[in-house]
Ligand binder design. Structure first.
Ligand code: NCD
Length: 298
């Protein structure tokens, strides 16, 4: 099985991952290595920059007792010599039991999944999808708010190019939530995604943060802009004055890296949960790897 998109995931699959993630939280926190995936190897192929996603997949593999190999700078690999993705995948097939792949081309991980029988996990493809991030975002909401149902979740920032929010929209659509969208007019959530889920869940545009139980801020995706001026115009910041307008029991999330969207002064506020969120990437990715690589739950 592969994990390419949240669009087609069932609620049962999502709930199973969240339950397993819960069971792995302690090992992740204690940095204790289990033996669930002993003898298994994960290939981490990062054709685009990554800190958290790459390292938390690697940490997750180590915590499960497996190993990893891979690259994070495609310039040092044969793709810089013109090797095709198909050839790279065929070679990696001989070295690893599963593949985690990030690529700037939308659909590249899906193509890789067609080319190999190994499980392939999409760790971000262009502006399209980042499914493991959405699963860890759900896990974070459940941990920090007690439940997902009943929450008003505001997605802010670059809703057009941000793949994390695209994946999160589909993942949230299985729950009884209100989704609010806050973005500059040029960076709105693609209509196709809203249309896909609007029968299951309420999606509205908003201009204030006052109703949100979860504020999910995203980075304006500079690397996807052709026009630097358009990029400058799209920047926004959650700072102290904005904090006063957010509910006292809300949580503030961000997939990170942040640039200017959340001022550093916000970090000390008890509602700021984005660093916890990045930690939850480890137990969630342990759950994903366990599920896809067929380990038995410990
Ligand atoms: C995100 C990504 O790569 O899509 N980062 C991440 O994986 N946590 C968000 C971003 O780059 O803005």
């Amino acid at each position: 099985m592969d994990l390419i998109t949240t669009r087609t995931l069932s609620k049962a699959f999502i709930e199973d991952i969240l339950k397993k993630a819960e069971s792995y939280e302690k090992a992740a926190r204690d940095k204790k290595n289990l033996t669930v995936l002993k003898g298994k190897t994960l290939a981490t192929l990062f054709f685009e920059p990554s800190t958290r996603t790459q390292m938390s997949f690697q940490a997750a593999m180590l915590r499960l007792g497996g190993t990893y190999l891979g690259f994070s700078n495609p310039k040092t690999t044969s793709s810089a010599k013109g090797e095709t993705l198909a050839d790279t995948i065929r070679v990696v097939e001989g070295y690893a039991d599963a593949i985690v792949m990030r690529h700037s081309v939308e659909g590249a991980p899906a193509r890789a999944a067609e080319l190999t029988d190994l499980p392939v996990i999409n760790a971000g493809d262009g502006s399209n999808q980042h499914p493991s991030q959405a699963l860890l975002d759900l896990f974070t909401i459940r941990k920090e708010k007690g439940k997902i149902d009943g929450q008003t979740i505001l997605l802010a920032g670059d809703l057009k190019y941000g793949r994390t929010v695209h994946s999160l929209m589909y993942a949230l659509s299985h729950y009884d939530v209100d989704i609010q969208l806050f973005s500059p007019p040029s960076l709105k959530m693609p209509e196709s995604i809203v249309n896909d889920i609007k029968d299951r869940v309420s999606v509205t545009e908003t201009s204030d943060f006052g109703d949100a139980d979860v504020v999910y801020a995203t980075r304006v995706q500079r690397e996807r802009f052709a026009d630097p001026e358009e990029y400058q115009k799209s920047l926004y910041t959650i700072d102290e004055s904005m904090l006063a307008k957010i509910k006292t029991d809300a949580i503030i999330l961000h997939p990170l890296p942040r640039v200017k969207e959340i001022a550093p002064e916000v970090d000390a506020d008890p509602r700021a949960k984005y660093f916890e969120q990045s930690f939850y990437g480890v137990p969630t990715r342990m759950a994903i790897l366990d599920t896809l690589l067929g380990g038995s739950s410990e």
